[in-house]
Design a protein around this ligand. Structure first.
Ligand code: BTN
Length: 246
């Protein structure tokens, strides 16, 4: 990994916000990483706060220019980044690692990592994309319980070096981003599906405010989750319509 492309911060509000502000002023080289030891206002999806104890985890944002995919296919970016993080966690912890749709990394029933991608779009092309990744590494207790947070250390008992981990993660991310750039979308689809949490299992969800039992069958080309409910009906939902009951 090229050290020149890493901006290391002791503290910032949010590395995603920091990256977005910098991008307003200058074109950062592709692959630039903004990493903070501590975020005072780390952002999650839905405006939630991302909890991370100072110096214990990886909280960073990577700048990508995915001008090779049209906006209609933006879920592929999400798949590639999720797979990169998934592969690292799986390498450390093994088979019980999954991607919970759309882009959370789970180990069994605990959330290990979250991803927040923010894009600049012009017409149907991306001008830039900021992939924010929060991976829980050495933190041993969490104040919030949303998503049941866990860390690598809570599962393996081991302490991890953050720099080495970032290096490995960077390599996995580029493995998948290069695959996307080269157009190997079928391989990405296969890998994403085989990593998907609860694929083919009947489980409980809140769908449009009602509790249902359903079975995930896949993800459509817009990135919507496809589920089958026992009456054989197929539903396709976006993030606002469905909540996993775990
Ligand atoms: C989620 O809610 O699951 C997404 C969490 C994303 C957190 C990361 S930490 C680094 C980057 N900066 C932020 O403010 N958020 C992302």
């Amino acid at each position: 990994m090229n050290e020149d492309r890493i901006i290391r911060l002791v503290e910032t509000g949010s590395t995603n916000e920091y990256a977005l502000k910098l991008l307003e002023k200058e074109k950062l080289p592709e692959g630039t990483i903004i990493i903070a030891e501590h975020q005072t206002a780390g952002r999650g999806v839905d405006g939630n706060l991302w909890e991370s104890q100072k110096g214990r985890n990886l909280t960073f944002s990577m700048v990508i220019y995915p001008n090779y995919i049209s906006v209609d296919y933006q879920f592929y970016l999400n798949k590639a980044v999720s797979l990169g993080v998934y592969r690292l966690v799986k390498e450390k912890l093994g088979e019980d690692t999954r991607i919970k749709w759309p882009n959370d990394i789970y180990y069994r029933k605990g959330k290990m990592a979250g991803i927040l991608i923010q894009n600049g779009i012009q017409g149907n092309k991306f001008t830039y994309s900021v992939a924010g990744i929060g991976l829980n590494v050495n933190q041993e207790a969490f104040a919030g319980h949303d998503g049941n947070p866990v860390s690598l250390k809570l599962i393996s008992g081991k302490e991890y070096g953050l720099d080495a981990l970032l290096n490995e993660l960077n390599a996995y991310l580029w493995h998948y981003l290069d695959m996307l750039r080269e157009g190997h979308t079928e391989q990405i689809d296969r890998d994403y599906l085989s990593a998907l949490f609860r694929l083919g299992e009947v489980a409980d969800y809140l769908y449009q405010g009602r509790q249902i039992k359903a079975r995930i069958t896949g993800v459509n080309r817009y990135g919507h989750l496809v589920l089958e409910i026992p009456s054989q009906k197929i539903i396709e939902c976006d993030l606002k319509e469905i909540r996993f009951l775990i």
